[in-house]
Design a protein around this ligand. Structure first.
Ligand code: ADP
Length: 350
């Protein structure tokens, strides 16, 4: 599955997750980028601390790997609060949530990753918990059914989602703060890599971390992951020092091109050009052509292609852009009903 890609924003496995945790910033000051979100959070945290009150509920949304979990942990640290973590799919029944909520103390943080995947009954169960800090729990059924009203301590729920659009309006409206995380600039990613390289005690030649940053798709998790691959390569094929040649060779081995596109991105664009004449094509049709899941394409492939201007999403479907064809050396067809002459970009023009 595409989730196994090196440049996927999602964690690949537990080993990698522990590697990420060791690089995860602990305070707002250590976090690079996302300045406007950090400014707003630091005001909210300072105000809540002055009033000795828990924070309002917070929702972080944006593509995977941009720092939603990191910020939730940073908020907990800055508030001096405990954090309990779960995820939408793990909270299958109201009973699972009850277990979590009943053990929560005043000011604690409950972090729910992939909150858009909560089932409707669980979502409805947590509405009163978020709004009035109580839950209504039904025991028994039929004639003997009883609703128990269970008061909770005042806590802060932090939700994270890659799909804010899938959140129901009632759930969304119960968050006091909603923040979108943006892709990081190459300079910000370089700063993240400098910090990671220091923590990992890596020796790097000038300009090498910039090379990795340029290919990290605006995503810190990808930057750290590529750094790890380059570190392995440098250790086995060289002396451990990160030189330009080592970085170039390691990234070429991973089939990551100069803009950070991997084989999956290129296959997506090629399918759009070769099978659908450049589009418009529906996402389900493209997913079927590639043998991938629609969700994977929407979460992990499309955001970066849209951001780089290689893909357009229109009401009629996905369309490839001239820039994408130029990058891949493919023939460009303008969207079907706009009657334009196809233009040719030869491979050797690049
Ligand atoms: P998400 O929850 O959005 O998928 P994470 O919070 O797990 O992303 O972030 C992935 C990794 O990227 C973290 O382990 C951390 O090392 C790094 N990271 C994320 N945001 C930042 C940041 N602002 N500054 C430095 N490193 C970051």
């Amino acid at each position: 599955m595409a989730i196994d890609r090196v440049i996927s924003g999602q964690p690949l496995n537990e080993v990698e997750e522990s590697f990420n945790i060791s690089l995860r910033p602990k305070s707002l000051d250590e976090c690079v980028g996302q300045c406007s979100v950090k400014d707003k959070l630091s005001i909210a945290i300072a105000a809540a601390r002055q009033r000795s009150e828990p924070l309002e509920h917070i929702l972080f949304h944006g593509p995977p790997g941009l720092g939603k979990t990191t910020l939730a942990n940073v908020v907990a640290n800055e508030m001096g609060a405990n954090i309990r973590c779960s995820s939408g799919p793990a909270m299958a029944k109201a009973g699972d949530v009850m277990g979590l909520l009943s053990n929560i103390n005043t000011g604690d943080i409950l972090f729910i990753d992939e909150i858009h995947r909560l089932s409707t009954p669980v979502e409805e169960f947590i509405y009163p918990a978020m709004e009035d800090f109580r839950v209504d729990f039904t025991v028994d059924s039929g004639l003997h059914a009883k609703t128990i009203n269970f008061p909770l301590k005042r806590f802060t729920l932090i939700g994270a989602t890659t799909r804010a659009g899938l959140l129901s309006a009632p759930l969304r409206s119960r968050f006091g703060m909603l923040y979108h995380l943006d892709f990081y600039s190459a300079e910000e990613l370089t700063a993240i890599l400098v910090r990671s390289a220091e923590l990992l005690q890596l020796h790097c030649e000038d300009g090498t971390l910039e090379l990795i940053a340029d290919r990290s798709r605006g995503t810190p998790r990808v930057a750290n992951r590529l750094l790890k691959r380059v570190r392995d390569y440098a250790q086995v094929k060289g002396s451990g020092l990160l030189s330009t040649a080592i970085v170039e060779n390691a990234l070429a081995m991973e089939q990551i091109d100069t803009l950070g596109l991997d084989e999956m991105d290129r296959a997506f664009l090629r399918a759009l050009v070769n099978v659908y004449d450049g589009g418009p094509a529906g996402i389900d049709a493209i997913a079927a052509t590639l043998g991938e899941e629609r969700d994977t394409l929407e979460d992990v492939v499309e955001p970066y292609l849209l951001q780089t201007g290689f893909l357009r999403r229109t009401r009629r479907g996905r369309e490839v852009t001239k820039a994408a064809c130029k990058h891949l050396g493919l023939k460009f067809h303008k969207a079907k009903d706009t009657a334009a002459q196809p233009e040719l970009f030869e491979q050797d023009q690049q």
